[in-house]
Design a protein around this ligand. Sequence first.
Ligand code: ZN
Length: 185
Amino acid sequence: MKLPIVKYGNPILRKKGKEIDQVDERIRTLVADMLETMQAANGIGLAAQQVGTALQLTVLDVSQVEDRPSTMMLNGQKLDPVQAMPLILLNPKIRLNEEFSSGNEGCLSFPDITAEIDRAVSVEVEAETLEGETVQIEASGLLARALQHELDHLNGILFIDRMSSVVKASLSSRLKRLQKETLKG
Ligand code: ZN
């Protein structure tokens, strides 16, 4: 089932997600709904907070983006990222590598707003799968950026927090308007 996407201004986006200690029917249904919602919105990632549930859970799929490549290793094995999508990550932990670069970013909770954001070029993520396995992912390119964006969501951090103050100031009236619309419901 497609779920409504929570927009900026809703306080749940600022909530740190709770760890998931057991995968039950509720989690499986939530994951299926999140995948459907992300695909319908043409998104490359969606965090549980964005559908109104503060949990350590995110889904990603960069396979439709052809002009911004990714590389990926899964448990130390090189893998075509397209084959590995969608990713369903529970309780993920991230380590950023040292090199940073700027790139364009958007967010389904901020319709029509994009900005240049500095992110680590490559990352390492350890997470659990729906089957309860622990996986190690090394990623670079768009997937590395998307992982940083989604894992921020799980900690209540939004991409506006990563913008330069100049960029954020330039968006300030649009952000205020969006926040107001969201609060009006
Ligand atoms: Zn987002």
